[in-house]
Design a protein around this ligand. Structure first.
Ligand code: AMP
Length: 218
């Protein structure tokens, strides 16, 4: 299956992406994760992306689109993928449509997780990520068994530089202005699966997997 996952920062895209990837056996391609890895390794791309990311802005399209096209050309993405964090504006969406058209394939579904703004800010400001495996925890809603240590791999937990209230509000603003119009864009293809993200992780997961299986059977 070829799937996109949309939702404001804190909607739970990363958490749900892990379930979708396992269910459909497809690679999870997160542009945010790719940028963060480049930042950690201090690559040229990482250095170019750093200031945009820390200010809660979008990294310029030319860098981002090339990166995604390259990643989608890998062998593991030939029969399906889950894109998380891309596209984030109309220009990126149109580039993706063109790229997929040229490859003779199309998207099967766009998962749109809709969550109230208050919940988004609370979720992001308490979020802790694992440095090694990328798993995400929350100090209040999903605490690790041992403070600061990942339950899955024992890695060190950290707070993303852009997970502070000021930057989060900016990122949500960017989402509302630049990314949310994509829901209408993809609605025209009849592939949007709207999900209420104001529920527990398990409830959201069940709705997404059921909805995607329905689209896969069509
Ligand atoms: P995320 O992990 O998806 O929240 O992304 C973290 C940051 O990476 C964003 O706030 C942007 O600065 C940058 N980023 C990730 N994906 C994109 C994209 N598709 N276009 C532009 N910037 C992006």
């Amino acid at each position: 299956m070829r799937i996109l996952i949309l939702g404001a920062p804190g909607a739970g895209k990363g958490t749900q992406a892990t379930f979708i990837k396992e269910e459909f056996n497809i690679p999870h391609i997160s542009t945010g994760d790719i940028f963060r890895e480049n930042l950690r390794n201090e690559t040229e791309l990482g250095l170019k992306a750093k200031s945009y990311m820390n200010e809660g802005k979008l990294v310029p399209d030319d860098l981002t689109i090339e990166l995604v096209k390259d990643r989608l050309s890998w062998e593991d993405a030939k029969n399906g993928f889950l894109l998380d964090g891309f596209p984030r504006n109309l220009n990126q969406a149109e580039s993706l449509t063109k790229f997929l058209d040229e490859a003779g394939v199309r998207l099967d579904a766009v998962v749109d997780i809709e969550t109230d703004k208050d919940a988004l800010v609370k979720r992001i400001c308490g979020r802790r990520m694992c440095k090694d495996c990328g798993a995400s925890f929350h100090v209040e809603f999903n605490p690790p068994k041992q403070e600061g240590v990942c339950d899955h791999c024992g890695g060190e937990l950290y707070t993303r530089d852009d997970d502070n209230e000021e930057t989060v509000l900016k990122r949500i603003g960017v989402y509302e202005k630049e990314t949310s119009p994509l829901i209408e864009y993809y609605d025209r293809f009849g592939i949007v699966l709207k999900i209420d993200g104001n529920r527990s992780v398990d409830e959201v997961k069940a709705s997404i997997i059921d909805g995607l299986k329905g689209k896969n059977d069509r």
